[in-house]
Design a protein around this ligand. Structure first.
Ligand code: ATP
Length: 250
């Protein structure tokens, strides 16, 4: 398991938004977190990623106890939420946007990289990686285009590509297909699957559109009122009575 939580708790005053949530995310998997509005999904992810301090329980990332680690520490360890990556620069190309998201950009620490050769090596490696990522995401033919000229699906893929350039090992996506048409939504999920298969990347995804998402993910956790009420394969979750009750309202 790349990520594990053990009885994680987050309270807001008297409200227990995350109530002893224990989950495990397999490395190289796509894991989905579902549940009705207000059930605690965002608060759970915020508590894991260091945006909130937990009121109880533990978080383990890559075998290390990271309970209460701040957001930037989790990011350094490779646990990345796409909002941590600055928004794309609309006047720059797709390639330039990917390059700017690369971590340890020598431009950031001038004195460490006075030698031109280290700049060159760094730049070549970064360009190679960006090209590899653009190929997997099907963005290579747009490499010199400005993001603003592309569709919503491509923008989402650029966002994921930039998370990858930043050295992410696990990416958390908050409703990656919200507001995009079904064709683009399937396209986004197909590329997430490719990243899992070709780069061994792990995803934790919050998504409401189960008709689409369940076709692509490996494992699902269902939350209701701060607790995990079911977990299993997409098939098991689609057949789960309690999950159906919560979603359809009995
Ligand atoms: N900062 C906060 N202060 C107080 N209460 C909060 C705060 N953030 C969330 N809550 C409450 O915690 C509960 C869980 O909210 P959360 O946003 O985590 O749910 P969610 O499952 O992500 O919902 P959605 O699908 O609508 O995004 C809700 O009752 C919400 O009102």
């Amino acid at each position: 398991m790349i990520l594990k939580t053990d009885k994680l708790v987050k309270r807001f005053g008297g409200l227990i938004a995350v109530n002893e949530v224990s989950i495990g995310v397999e490395e190289g998997s796509i894991t989905l977190l579902i549940g009705p509005n207000g059930c605690g999904k965002t608060t759970f992810v915020n508590t894991v990623s260091g945006y909130y301090k937990p009121d109880g329980g533990k978080v383990y990332f890559m075998g290390e106890d990271v309970t209460g680690s701040p957001l930037h520490k989790m990011y350094e360890k490779g646990f990345v939420r796409t909002f941590q990556i600055p928004s794309p620069f609309l006047q720059l190309s797709v390639l330039e946007n990917l390059l700017l998201a690369a971590r340890n950009n020598p431009g950031e620490s001038f004195t460490k990289h006075l030698l031109k050769s280290s700049w060159k090596n760094y730049e070549m490696e970064a360009v190679d990686r960006a090209v590899q990522i653009m190929k997997i995401l099907g963005l290579e033919s747009y490499w010199d285009k400005e993001p603003a000229s592309l569709d919503a699906g491509a923008l989402k893929l650029i966002e994921i590509g930039r998370a990858l350039m930043s050295g992410a090992k696990m990416v958390v996506l908050d409703e990656p297909i919200a507001g995009v048409n079904p064709k683009l939504a399937h396209n986004i999920f197909s590329h997430i699957v490719k990243l899992r298969d070709e780069m061994k990347l792990t995803f934790l995804i919050i998504e409401h559109r189960l008709d689409i998402a369940l076709k692509y993910v490996d494992f699902v956790y269902a939350m209701h009122q701060g607790r995990i009420i079911a977990s299993g394969t997409p098939d098991e979750i689609a057949r789960n009575e309690q999950v159906r009750m919560v979603y359809i309202g009995g």
